[in-house]
Design a protein around this ligand. Structure first.
Ligand code: NAP
Length: 254
């Protein structure tokens, strides 16, 4: 049985990946992972392929045994692993409650590594791994310090994983989008503080996922699914962060 394992599958990008992969011939079943069972069940009803619902809080390491047991029992071939679970909180890092900072690190970094390593024995030649990082990983971002640092970790981890898995023929891509308006992410991030406004040129899930899947097919190690993140990646590579940080701080309220 071929499975697509998707974390963050109760909303936003996670759901959109399942939607766009619903006609993929090398997937028999979706394995949907998030905390909200009812949202995943309702979403699964909209898909043509069957889904297995795995309600897991990925910040609670002991709950990963649910995934481990399901993998051990069913021994699927994982043709797609998409780690989309992630969250951000805005504000100066010292003003964000320590539990929120810890949660971002735990979910965006540790959980992605844990899930990927747990799924690794079930990946085969041709399998595709997409770690959903962010354009925030390209430089330290004002009022998103811990979030951008967590995504810098994820992009770096994913690049090396891409290299490590080349001999096995497994394609690994760090997907680094700019703001996406039609997900729950911005609302969650603004829970602590509203430090960005306008979300000028924000992208949409449909185009982000379409480009990310294309880039993964091409086996790019980093995907910048949209013009802003593409330009940002280049700018952050060539312009010193000492300049980029105050620049972003100037434009974030536009
Ligand atoms: N939207 C943007 O502007 C943007 C830009 C760049 C990168 N990204 C990245 O894209 C990814 C997907 O975000 P999105 O925009 O689709 O946001 P979203 O709509 O908020 O989706 C986040 C998903 O993560 C799940 N999740 C949150 N905490 C969890 C936990 N403790 N355990 C298990 N699952 C958890 C949520 O489900 P439950 O609440 O049901 O658990 C939800 O399904 C994230 O990694 C984010 O950092 C987003």
């Amino acid at each position: 049985m071929n499975a697509a394992v998707i974390t963050g599958a109760s909303s936003g990008l996670g759901c959109e990946f399942a939607r766009q992969l619903d006609n993929e011939p090398n997937i028999d079943e979706f394995w949907l992972i998030a905390r909200r069972r009812e949202k995943m069940e309702a979403f699964a009803e909209t898909l043509k392929k069957p889904s297995r619902i795995l309600p897991i809080d990925l910040t609670k390491r002991e709950e990963l045994s649910i995934l481990k047991d399901a993998l051990h029992t069913n021994k699927p071939v994982i043709t797609y692993l998409i780690c989309a679970a992630g969250t951000g909180r805005m504000g100066k890092s010292m003003d964000i409650p320590p539990d929120d900072n810890a949660m971002m690190i735990d979910l965006n970094c540790r959980a992605a590594v844990d899930v990927t390593q747990m799924c690794y024995p079930y990946l085969r030649k041709g399998s595709r791994v997409l770690e959903i990082s962010s354009t925030a990983s390209f430089q330290p971002l004002p009022r998103l310090n811990v979030y951008s640092a967590s995504k810098a970790f994820l992009t770096s981890y994913t690049k090396m994983l891409h290299y490590e898995l080349i001999p096995r023929g497994i394609k690994v891509t760090a997907v680094c989008p700019y703001w996406i308006k039609d997900t729950e992410f911005i609302g969650q991030a603004e829970k602590t503080s509203k430090d960005y406004s306008g979300y000028f040129l924000a992208s949409r899930t449909q185009s982000v996922v379409k480009m990310a899947l294309f880039d993964s097919k091409m086996n790019f190690w980093v995907s910048t699914p949209g013009p802003v993140c593409f330009v940002h990646r280049i700018a952050a590579k060539f312009i010193p962060h000492e300049i980029m940080v105050p620049l972003v701080d100037l434009v974030r309220k536009l």
